[in-house]
Design a protein around this ligand. Structure first.
Ligand code: UVW
Length: 340
């Protein structure tokens, strides 16, 4: 049984809310965070959600945004004709170059640190150089909670649950733009669950749909740049109270279709010091990734999932996801499927 937020043990020099050490085993520092909640019993129960034999991809095309936000590099896709290569035969290869956070993605637990202490989940500290150096010695990166470790535990398999905020807002006549700072409060998330008849359980992978990737994908290149250029985005309210709500549900991970999961711009939370108006003010990123060990998925494409859930009147399903197997991976396309 996991402690609730108010009972989390104090960690010297850190604000309240660190789940550090909770999952440590045999004197080894944990690197999986809340994915530890995907126990064999939780996975077996999740597999029972696959009844219809229908699967839905949750992955937006990697090149869906021509100029991704936060100065990130978009996709460069080079197709190589074997006739132009030393092979001199008929056929093709291709090469991809992209920032792993330019489209649908998982944030690893060392993607965004607690800004005051520069510490990541479970006290992980160190520079990019330390994280990526010496590709021959995997043990050197064991202390960093990267996505690579997920391969040691067989990828991500669990019960996915959709909270379809977009459909709820349409039903209730709530109007909003995905490119404005529209905050989805946790009390509204409770209402969405009630409206759908959905029960949230420990170990769930919670997915929230706002329509962000659908609206951005429908826009042309110039319009996309304008939409992202506002640096405003719909998302979950970035407050300590919201962080508490998420921890107390004991999710295995959270994901959504927005660019930062939490509303942008972030407002410095009273529990965390912040400079004001900077990306360092992200509240849920600091709580989820650094304090809780709760991975965040962003920019997932959720229209097909929403349609399938509405058709079946069922918002839970088997979810599988396999991040790229890259040494020291900080972010990755999720390669996520919902299976009904
Ligand atoms: C940043 O890290 C700035 O954003 P995100 O994880 O939301 O892509």
């Amino acid at each position: 049984k996991l402690p609730d937020f108010d009972s989390l043990p104090a960690v010297e020099g850190m604000p309240k809310g660190c789940a550090w050490g909770l999952f440590d085993k045999d004197g080894k520092k944990d690197v999986y965070g809340c994915f530890n909640l995907l126990t064999p019993d939780v996975v077996k129960a999740a597999i029972a959600e696959a009844k219809e034999g229908v699967s839905v991809s949750l992955n937006w095309p990697i090149g869906a945004i021509k100029t991704p936000g936060f100065g990130r590099k978009g996709l460069v896709h080079k197709v190589i004709d074997f006739n132009d290569s030393p092979l001199q035969v008929h056929g093709f290869d291709d090469e991809l170059e992209f920032n792993t956070q330019c489209s649908s993605q998982w944030d690893s637990l060392c993607h965004f640190k607690h800004q005051d202490s520069a510490l990541g989940y479970n006290g992980a500290k160190g520079s990019v150089k330390e994280l990526t150096q010496d590709f021959g010695d995997v043990d050197k990166t064991k202390k960093f909670p990267t996505l690579e470790h997920l391969h040691e535990r067989g990828g991500i398999v669990g019960r996915g649950v959709l909270l379809d905020y977009r459909a709820y807002a349409e039903a209730k006549g709530i109007k909003y733009s995905c490119f404005d700072n529209h905050a989805i409060t946790t009390s509204v998330l409770d209402d969405v669950a009630k409206h759908q008849g959905t029960e949230l359980k420990q170990g769930d992978i919670l997915i929230i749909r706002s329509g962000f990737t659908e609206d951005l994908g429908a826009a042309g290149e110039e319009e996309q740049a304008q939409m992202l250029g506002t640096h405003k985005a719909v998302g979950v309210e970035g407050t300590g109270e919201a962080a508490k709500w998420f921890w107390n549900h004991h999710f295995a991970a959270v994901a959504g279709d927005t660019i930062a999961f939490e509303v942008l711009p972030a407002v410095p939370a009273k529990e965390l010091s912040g400079k004001g108006g900077t990306i360092g003010d992200l509240v849920l990123h600091q709580y989820f990734l650094s304090f809780f060990g709760l991975n965040i998925g962003e920019l997932w494409y959720l229209k097909g999932l929403a349609d399938q859930c509405a058709k079946l009147k069922r918002y839970s399903f088997l979810l599988t996801s396999v991040p790229l197997h890259v040494h020291g991976a900080i972010g990755s396309p999720p390669n996520a499927l919902a299976i009904f």
